[in-house]
Design a binder for this molecule. Structure first.
Ligand code: MG
Length: 378
């Protein structure tokens, strides 16, 4: 067992009460429902990997939605699907696993933090919310009220010590269905903590739920923020710009791959959620970022936005240099940045200018980049 945490997203449902494709693949805020929780979980600093359980024949749908991701095929029921995921992980077992329903697109980082903290002393932890409405029986007309004292609504992600949930699943009778993974762990003798849930975690079940989620995104606050970066041009370095390798007699020098364009966009994205700057998250003093692919800085920032339930509306980037010429590489950069951020290339603008041979950019000593990002937060 290694001391890692893996998130398992159960996205194997085939039907939809909403009509059309399975609800985890319906569009929400311009991308499939499952892409929202995947981005939030993948971006959380305490989560090392994400595995998606899909239904037979959904491989193409998922790759279209998320790009290359690790998947396992589910079973006939949710319980079997989860078990298939756990058995795949059991080859190299993590210490902790979060099991999440794909139909709950918004996953606040605060809830993940609370779940993982609770695992320090318990076998499992689930997000729960108090029941606010009056409860009553439907007896073909209003029946007796049911006391809501002591009742809670249980959400996902549910977090477990991996060995505890795997053992509970393996011991479960094959002909019996389970309400959820937490009840299986309880029946197997495990203890499960309750942490404060969040209305944002509610499941999309009916068409009105999807419309409400769409409205939540649409009425969200719009935030724009800028980013700016400079790197030195030197002989003997590769030139990486906008995530694309560009043939040039000089390259950019810096601690990472020095992709000044991706750094400016990353800072702009971080700015939209007031999350510091690139150096806050990837300190240049840390040797692990030496020569690093700056794409990971960008996807980290995008994940932090996703973890807040935000979506990226638009990126506008300006490169300032005398050479190389940007025009021939513009489309490749747009495509690359859009792919990294799970955006349409129409949502990424790239412009270039010289500085009339003035200053350090004019003398070819370095390249500057400035960017503005616009996001919507719920
Ligand atoms: Mg930089």
């Amino acid at each position: 067992m290694n001391d890692t945490t893996v998130a398992l997203i159960v996205a194997a449902g085939q039907g939809s009460r909403m009509g059309g494709p399975p609800k985890q693949f319906l569009p929400l805020g311009g991308k499939p429902v499952v892409a929202h929780s995947h981005a939030a979980l993948a971006a959380h600093p305490a989560i090392d990997a994400v595995l998606v359980v899909i239904g037979a024949g959904q491989d193409t749908d998922l790759k279209t939605a998320l790009g290359p991701v690790r998947t396992v095929t589910g079973g006939a029921t949710r319980r079997e699907s989860v078990l298939n995921g756990l058995e795949m992980l059991a080859d190299d077992p993590p210490a902790r696993v979060l099991i999440h329903d794909a139909a709950r697109p918004f996953v606040p980082a605060r809830v993940i933090d609370a779940l993982l903290t609770a695992l320090d002393s318990r076998d499992g932890a689930v997000p729960a919310l108090a029941v606010a409405d009056t409860l009553a029986r439907n007896e073909n007309g209003l029946g007796d009220a049911v006391s809501r004292a002591g009742l809670v609504r249980i959400q996902t992600p549910q977090a477990f010590r991996f060995e505890a949930v795997l053992a509970a699943h393996r011991a479960w009778p094959v002909d019996e269905e389970a309400t959820d993974d937490a009840q299986m762990v309880r029946r197997h003798g495990g203890s499960v903590a309750l942490v404060e849930g969040d209305p944002m975690l509610d499941k999309l079940t009916y068409p009105a739920d999807l419309a409400a989620a769409e409205a939540r995104l649409a009425r969200g606050r719009t935030r724009s923020a800028t980013g700016y970066d400079v790197h030195r041009l030197v002989a003997g370095e590769e030139l990486w710009l906008g995530g694309v390798r560009i043939p040039h007699e000089k390259g950019l020098s810096g601690h990472s791959d020095a992709d000044v364009a991706l750094h400016a966009v990353t800072d702009a994205l971080l700015g939209t959620i007031a999350a510091g700057d690139i150096g806050t998250h990837f300190p240049p003093s840390d040797p692990q970022w030496r020569g690093a692919d700056s794409a990971q800085f960008l996807t980290h920032a995008a994940g932090l936005i996703a973890a807040r339930g935000g979506i990226i509306d638009f990126i506008d980037l300006t490169l300032i240099c005398e050479a190389p010429k940007i025009g021939p590489h513009r489309e490749a950069m747009r495509t690359r940045i859009a792919a990294l951020l799970a955006l349409d290339p129409d949502q990424v603008s790239i412009k270039a200018t010289t500085s009339e041979r003035l200053g350090f950019t004019g003398r070819g000593e370095g390249i500057a980049a400035q960017a503005i990002a616009t996001v919507r937060l719920p």
